[in-house]
Design a protein around this ligand. Structure first.
Ligand code: BG6
Length: 515
């Protein structure tokens, strides 16, 4: 039996079969026993397998600190996959598990260099993965440097990185905890990898509806002419969650909403909404345009942080009729914690397209609804013709791009209320992904894993973009770190966030959208 027929069970069991021509790949997963790996990464691999999207030869080498045989690890993984890879048939899981391996490789153990290299070369031989490596660092950031050092040394071992084979790395967020650490991490990465081999994940970019922002803008003729300061009044980007910190108190205490969501996911959304049309659809043309947006954002001065940014922390309250504890009562959270679980920021983009159009960003945990949306609020009409006819409810036109849940796009506009008088009321024209296409969009991680195997970094964060995004939030990070927040906890679980966030918009004559 040829090695390819051993490792290509997926075409026969599911889906359309590797239509994109992904090269044979050995994925080496660090942090394989962690939550993210179990809940998202490995189940996404199983889904790709089911859809026939894995390469013809694919193997997964999971790296841990404990000694375990391949078989023992496979048995453990099988129950994980039964729990988290819903709907993947058992024969697909079994076929995948035959290509899963486990190796003990603590980065600080001098033997690890040889052990890892030999294991990879052995898997290439048995499974036909041809020396193509995709390392995935799904570990706490404190483990990044030792692992990178290990991978640098492994790269020089015989057979570890053969000519013309790929040597790529995916990094989970957080990418640094401030500008300085992000620069340092970039430097360390570049000691081992070249920029085009580095895939910094921002899972929001893998969401189908986030990618659709570009399609909406650049595959239609009706929106782009309006997409500028002449017609758009302001933009609101909201990522609201009902969940609290869900057992991640330790991580969150070091992070907070600004680092956890604004520096990455929300700023990337802003880039897609605000960028210029790229010259072509190649990764660097698109990433260059995203970066130009970040470079055009007006830096917030430290003295102005209180005017342009608001922080909040949830207290106890109720969500969906259930009582929930406050942030300070969550496990691993300090009883007097100053960490923000809500952040709202106003950014201004100093370029021709967006001059005078504020972008308001907000995110929070324990808000009343889980909603991620971008709302483009258009300017008021120049003259209110129908006011003379009686009471009108003329709201501004709003184009809302719903990222999740209920993925779709809605346009709000005024219409005549049926009857003999001339009354006007806003209505909504609503496009829903689910109803229109009848299929659920793929998981962000599936898309991103596939892209990394294909060598397409478009939906990943380039090093300079990560640094620019940090540069923008640093004044807020610094000011908040060096001052005591007023009245924390300052919003009740189940409410829309702190009053100060409403006041920030009221000062500008606006209000936050209610979902
Ligand atoms: C993660 C954050 O990056 O994104 C979490 O660390 C947050 O705190 C999550 O809950 C939100 O992602 P999603 O896909 O559920 O909107």
């Amino acid at each position: 039996m040829s090695p390819l027929s051993v490792v290509n069970p997926f075409r026969s069991v599911g889906g359309v079969g590797n239509p994109k021509g992904v090269e044979p790949t050995l994925m080496v997963l660090f942090g394989a026993t962690g939550d993210l790996a179990k809940r998202k990464i490995i189940p996404s691999i199983a889904n790709l397998a089911q859809n026939g999207l894995l390469p013809s030869a694919f193997a997964l080498l999971c790296v841990g600190r404990t000694d375990q045989t391949d078989d023992a690890y496979r048995a453990e993984l099988k129950s994980t996959l039964r729990e988290f890879a819903h709907g993947v048939p058992v024969e697909v899981i079994d076929a995948l598990l035959r290509n899963v391996f486990f190796v003990r490789c603590p980065p600080d153990d001098p033997n690890s260099v040889r052990v890892l290299a030999e294991r990879m070369v052995g898997i290439d031989r048995d499974r036909g993965t041809r020396g193509n490596r995709l390392f995935y660092l799904s570990t706490p950031p404190s483990a990044f440097f030792p692992i990178l050092e290990l991978l640098g040394r492994v790269r020089t071992q015989p057979g570890a990185n053969p000519d013309r084979a790929s040597y790529r790395v995916i990094l989970e967020k957080p990418f640094g905890r401030d500008l300085e650490t992000a620069i340092d991490l970039n430097r360390r990465l570049l000691d081992v990898f070249r920029e085009h081999e580095i895939y910094r994940i921002d899972h929001y970019l893998g969401k189908e509806t986030v990618q659709n922002v570009l399609v909406l803008r650049f595959a239609n003729s009706i929106f782009e002419p309006l997409w500028n300061h002449r017609y758009i009044d302001h933009v609101q980007i909201s990522v609201a969650e009902t969940l609290g910190v869900e057992g991640r108190g330790g991580y969150y205490e070091e992070s907070g909403a600004l680092r956890d969501m604004v520096q990455n996911h929300i700023l990337q959304l802003l880039c897609l909404v605000a960028m210029e049309p790229p010259a072509a659809l190649d990764p660097e043309s698109i990433r260059d345009e995203r970066r130009k947006v970040l470079r055009s954002i007006r830096p917030i001065l430290r003295d102005d942080v209180d005017l342009f940014a608001v922080r909040g922390q949830y207290g106890p309250g109720s969500i969906g009729g259930k009582r929930v504890p406050g942030y300070r009562e969550e496990p691993s959270v300090k009883p007097n914690s100053r960490t923000e679980t809500y952040a709202a920021v106003r950014f201004d983009i100093d370029n021709w397209r967006w001059a005078g159009v504020p972008f308001y960003l907000r995110t929070g945990k324990r808000l009343p609804k889980k909603v991620s949306e971008v709302a483009i609020v258009f300017r008021d009409i120049p003259h209110r013709l129908f006011d003379a006819q009686g009471p009108t409810e003329l709201d501004a036109n709003v184009l809302s791009l719903r990222i999740q849940p209920d993925e779709g796009i809605a346009l709000k506009f005024g219409t005549k209320v049926p009857g003999f008088d001339m009354r006007v009321r806003p209505v909504k024209m609503d496009f829903q992904y689910g109803a229109a296409f009848g299929v659920a969009p793929p998981e962000a991680y599936e898309r991103l894993l596939l892209d990394a195997m294909l060598g397409d970094p478009t939906l990943f964060i380039r090093g300079d973009i990560a640094e620019d995004a940090w540069r923008l939030v640093m004044p807020i990070v610094d000011v908040w770190a060096n001052s005591t927040p007023e009245g924390f906890p300052n919003y009740e679980s189940g409410s829309f966030g702190p009053a100060a966030a409403d006041e920030m918009l009221e000062r500008d004559g606006y209000s936050w959208r209610r979902f």
